[in-house]
Design a binder for this molecule. Structure first.
Ligand SMILES: Nc1ncnc2c1ncn2[C@@H]1O[C@H](COP(=O)(O)OP(=O)(O)OP(=O)(O)O)[C@@H](O)[C@H]1O
Length: 269
């Protein structure tokens, strides 16, 4: 039976247009993201997945359209919106984007510095909590990013994105560059965190396994807009050529046949 209960829209994008010179990346793009869901944004290379993410978090000024996040109009005053929303969203870019001269703990503390009245010892304890939440060993807090494996750096980046207990996290290709075991463990971690914290996750990915293992809904970017959204089953029925090729190709079949409970969220890789 279809779920007909009203859904709480936490991100609403309408009529979005992004262009660089004469190159139009998005045209009349609409998207709704619902509270608590993990939405996977997929599409061919260069279809504008990262530009969409950057637009939503106020790092890319669109040519037209509206973006509303948790009731705040992001484009009306980007600086004011980011000030309001920086505590409510966390962003993890592809390489974790950690400061190389800071330890993992100090990196996780960076967003907390904007919170008044948070003493250094509380900040430190909170950072250690986030570090353990993402499955990193306690001692990782004292290490510098260069001393960590790729998977551990991703976890550290995730810990930093969770620093302020956000309602939404944006993850840009979180499993890119990880080996299959590490990627599966990271998928499990994302799913567990989303379910236990009620987190909404906006996830840009090329990774079919991630889509199969964790996403509640998928949005396909093609032809400059979100062409189709829906469950995996909906994707398998969609008849757009790119969607058909992507979801019915040999790699998709392999991912579909794999067990969905993969990896171990506890172990850092
Ligand atoms: N700052 C910029 N200046 C000029 N063009 C840009 C800029 N940022 C993105 N683009 C262009 O916008 C298009 C979409 O880029 P984007 O990085 O969002 O694609 P993507 O779907 O995330 O691709 P991929 O899957 O390969 O990471 C590309 O053609 C890219 O070259």
């Amino acid at each position: 039976m279809k779920d007909t209960s009203p859904k709480d829209v936490v991100i609403e994008v309408r009529g979005l247009r992004n262009q660089f010179g004469s190159h139009v990346v998005h045209e009349d793009l609409d998207l709704d993201v619902y509270r608590g869901e993990i939405i996977g944004v997929v599409g061919g290379s260069g279809t504008g997945k990262s530009v969409l993410l950057r637009s939503i978090v106020g790092l890319q000024e669109p040519a037209a359209g509206s973006i509303n996040v948790l009731g705040t109009d992001v484009l009306a005053d980007v600086h004011a919106a980011r000030e309001t929303l920086d505590e409510k969203w966390g962003v993890m870019f592809q390489d974790g984007a950690l400061f190389s001269s800071l330890t993992v703990r100090e990196n996780v503390e960076v967003p907390m510095r904007s919170v008044p009245d948070l003493s250094p010892s509380i900040r430190r304890n909170l950072a250690d909590l986030k570090i353990s939440m993402v499955g990193l060993p306690y001692l990782a807090g004292d290490k510098y990013p260069s001393e960590l494996s790729g998977g551990m750096r991703k976890r550290a980046g995730l810990a930093r994105s969770l620093a302020l207990d956000p309602e939404i996290v944006f993850l840009d290709e979180p499993t890119a560059g990880l080996d299959p075991v590490g990627a599966a463990a990271f998928d499990t971690l994302i799913k567990n965190l989303s379910r236990s914290m009620g987190l909404t996750v906006f996830l840009v990915t090329h990774d079919l396994d991630t889509l199969y293992a964790v996403c509640d809904r998928i949005a396909v970017l093609a032809e400059r807009k979100v062409l189709v959204t829906g469950s995996l089953e909906d994707m398998l029925k969609a008849d757009h050529p790119w969607t058909r090729e992507y979801f019915h190709g040999p790699r998709a079949r392999a991912a579909f046949e794999a067990p969905t409970q993969q990896g171990d969220a506890g172990g850092a890789t």
